[in-house]
Design a protein around this ligand. Sequence first.
Ligand SMILES: [Zn+2]
Ligand SMILES: [Zn+2]
Length: 340
Amino acid sequence: MIQKDALRQFNSILRARVLPTTDLLIHHEPYKNESLESYLFRSANNNALKSLAELERSLSLPNGKPFSYKRYEQLSTSIGGSVSRLATMIPTIYQNNILMLNRHSLLNQQLALTTSKLCPCCVKQYGYGKIYWSLAALAVCEEHGVYLIDSCICKPDALLDTARPSYSVCKCGLDLRFEIGRPASDNAVMLAEEIVRLFNRIPKPGNSMLTNVFGGASDLILTDVLTLVALLGVLDSETGSIGVRLARPLVRLAYVVPAFEKAANALESWPAGVFPLFRAALGLNQYTPKPSVLMRKLSSLSEAIDGKVTPSVYKVFLAAQAAFMQTPSAWSPVHLSQKV
Ligand SMILES: [Zn+2]
Ligand SMILES: [Zn+2]
């Protein structure tokens, strides 16, 4: 018993040495669904720090990287927030290439931790940012139907960073809450709604865009859905480059937005919705191939994807390929021009 106490004491000394704590004057609990970035910004502002970057420095917080579970206690002591709440909102290293967020296990590349994405309308309405905006593939606010933003009009090519004065204010002084959100397509909003519902574990009665693809609500797993969205976003690239593009995902909204729209359109009328992406991926927009040629091209496409996506997504992908093979009218560029 004494040994155990001594060990605990030794561990807490060690932890205190490795992870500095700063007991800030004003402590807060996070809001419902609040992102870690938004929460840290609020804490920095309410404690009269110049920016989140200053708080990050004083607590030696990793910037743009997931945290270890040891950070729960450090942040709880320093800025408030119960350990159990922090555990759900902190992107936490679980094991090699796997992170936990809101008790979902996700692949490293499925979270955009180096960028800051926000919906100006939500921040204006609620005063804070949402945790699920850090999902790398997500480009749209499901509630306001607008694209998220990751930069300010003062410098559209520069990403927002933690040195800005507050969560919604750019370094140039512009309050991003008064930016006018750019409306997203109906399909993209629908896809965003489904992803957020899944993230928050809110079941939807009846069929949905995603249950139609995966075969049932009980089969829906967030990491599979994000993998499929990422795959559809890059499917019309050159076959040889798809694997690399999946492993190093898009994080800048300038690229995420068109990829998200592409995925939403394909998912809305699955599997026919993915046929134009197959045609583009296989270079069929100029001619109609013989079935044997098509078969060869499709098999090199599935080889390029094998092992780069989750087993459920691979299964769904092969089923869509089979549906494409069985629909000769979809192979031809004429089909495309008729559709247009
Ligand atoms: Zn919003
Ligand atoms: Zn600015």
